[in-house]
Design a binder for this molecule. Sequence first.
Ligand SMILES: Cc1cc2nc3c(=O)[nH]c(=O)nc-3n(C[C@H](O)[C@H](O)[C@H](O)COP(=O)(O)O)c2cc1C
Length: 362
Amino acid sequence: MSLFEQTQLGLIEVKNRICMAPMTRARCPDTVAGDSVAKYYAQRAGAGLIITEATQISSQGTGSIATPGIYTAAQIEGWSKTAQAVHARGGKIFAQIWHTGRVSHPSFHDGAMPVSASAVRGNCHTFTKNGYEATPQPRALGNSEVVDVVTDFRQAAVNAIEAGFDGVQIHAANGYLIDQFLRDGVNQRDDSYGGTVENRSRFLLEIVDAVSAAIDSGRTAVRLNPFTVSFDCADSNPKSLFLYVARQLGERNLCFVDIVERGLDPATADVVAEVAKDFTPKDFRRAYKGNLVVNGLYDKDRATQATKNGYAQMVGIGRPYMGTPDLAERWEQGQGLNEPLDMALWYGGGDTGYTDQVALNP
Ligand SMILES: Cc1cc2nc3c(=O)[nH]c(=O)nc-3n(C[C@H](O)[C@H](O)[C@H](O)COP(=O)(O)O)c2cc1C
């Protein structure tokens, strides 16, 4: 299959196999995605599918400054501008729904501790109004509170559809709350959500089932990072954990599963190299029977290869999309990309480094 051929993923028809990967840009100071957010995503609507930046499902799910939410009327109204603007340019867009868990700070919670699977502190930091601050020891969610978070994910998905999104991606990757339940380096619970691989996967699968029941599995996607480690959230046996998760998700007729194949953080390179010795994306592909989106350091050649040989249905492109809004069009026309965006402009600020990147195909 060509990178530029349309295809059907669940209930979603996409015009090409290029997916803009979710990227936090921290330009929503009041947690509402405003006009410039709509403009930014509309500029990138040449992608077959856009996945938005991580968007919190509740106030409790907040862990970083200027990130958007999707749990108040104003947030839903704000996001509807983005969905409309992307659709007007012929694109499709999913909201990435997110609970940060322990990757948070009391300043987001009126002084209360962030929550997690267990009261295990991560060796990590987060952006607060006072700068880059260490995350504290979290409080373990009680059994009934876990059920409340599942309900919050479900409601966030319903809100996303109300805002006009084509579907949602459940953020189960990169060390946030769902990943904190999945991995035994953080999850030390002794109830039905902890212990065995089956129990640690229960929270994710309950969320997937609740969201699928509410908005249809054909509009529901999941993101995982089976091969990398983020925010100090590690597992003693990622192969056994993620092959189980792959098989379970494969039975659920989802729109797609999106796997982060490679890490960007040099500090975790050793752990990643250790995992790669006996667990690779090909193993995941064999275990997961469904549409697959792959991501991590893909360029045009590798993306072409991954879709041509049937390994992946779409390829997620992250950083290059920040600097080149018309990346899909340029790849199709054989044109080069703009210079990568300066890292100093990734997070926060105004339109500079955001909606001002030059398109050859405006
Ligand atoms: C500025 C920035 C923000 C990111 N924010 C998110 C996010 O909100 N959710 C997520 O799942 N991944 C996030 N990521 C990870 C990207 O989706 C992607 O996995 C990573 O950039 C590797 O893909 P690439 O090599 O194509 O850039 C972010 C990455 C960057 C650079």
